[in-house]
Design a binder for this molecule. Structure first.
Ligand code: DHB
Ligand code: FE
Length: 266
């Protein structure tokens, strides 16, 4: 039988979609163009290409859902590390790596290497969380995640790091660069029709998990990036801006970032 929640969600969705069609006096051709856009997104999608999610994201839907969820969470817990959307490029099978190792296996000549490190802690007590896992993923300087790019080795620029006894994680990664979301499908077509650009500001993705705590999905953004104010998928929050600083005495990295993470108990 239908659940009460299913009834609530679907009756509201239908009401608003009907209101929308009445408000703009949607024509048969416009409705059919919409159906074709959705079909195109479905036809393009596979395990490496999540076009449906991309389409939702440029309409701001994933960011709105994240905002709703995070607002509810911060009401009860101040100081929580802000969340951000997952996006379409997360993989469920990212390998575990040793702290202090790199996620970049064929560092491009135009890349700047960053030593990134920090502590995962309980937001209320400040106690570090040993055994928390910190997963990171990022695009290369050509704007592609490894699953989009045959030239990158599998799982390049991704890794899962287990916090140590002091709750600390550390790794080498690339300073992120801005890049266009894929333009060869319906999402790109729609942005073109709306005269909107396709760029995402430079960012690194995080997923942080610790037993007994609410998991965190977020992104950090380079505060020097020019697309912060108009991210094509609306994911930027002020608290998620970071500054990469020069690193001395490390021939593996020219930049450094300390990024500490606070999780809320369940
Ligand atoms: C989206 C998110 C990303 O992190 C990204 O790199 C590209 C697209 C998205 O939300 O659609
Ligand atoms: Fe991304």
């Amino acid at each position: 039988a239908t659940s009460p929640r299913m009834r609530e969600v679907m009756s509201s969705l239908i009401r608003h979609v009907h209101d929308f069609a009445r408000e703009v006096q949607l024509t048969t051709d416009e409705w059919m163009a919409g159906v074709q856009l959705i079909n195109w997104a479905g036809q393009m999608s596979n395990e490496k290409r999540n076009e449906g999610q991309l389409l939702c994201d440029v309409l701001g839907l994933e960011s709105l859902v994240d905002h709703i969820t995070f607002s509810a969470a911060t009401k009860s817990t101040k100081g929580l590390t802000a969340s951000a959307i997952l996006g379409p490029f997360w993989r469920h099978d990212t390998p575990l790596r040793e702290n202090g190792t790199t996620i970049s296996f064929d560092t491009p000549s135009d890349a700047q290497v960053v030593y990134m490190h920090g502590t995962v802690a309980d937001v209320k007590t400040g106690k570090p969380l040993p055994n928390a896992t910190v997963e990171v993923w990022q695009a290369s300087t050509n704007g592609l995640y490894e699953q989009q790019d045959d030239k990158q080795v599998e799982h390049n620029l991704r890794g899962v790091f287990k916090a140590d006894a002091e709750g600390k994680y550390s790794l080498y990664c690339l300073r992120p660069t801005p890049y266009p979301i894929p333009e060869d499908g319906p999402t790109g077509k729609l942005l073109n029709l709306l005269d909107r650009h396709v760029y995402r500001p430079a960012h690194i993705h995080f997923m942080v998990v610790a037993e007994g705590y609410r998991s965190l999905v977020t992104q950090i953004f380079d505060e020097d990036c020019k697309y912060l104010a108009n991210d094509s998928v609306f994911a930027v929050k002020d608290d998620l801006r970071v500054r990469f600083v020069p690193r001395k005495g490390d021939d593996k990295a020219e930049l450094e970032l300390e990024y500490n993470i606070n999780l809320a108990p369940k």
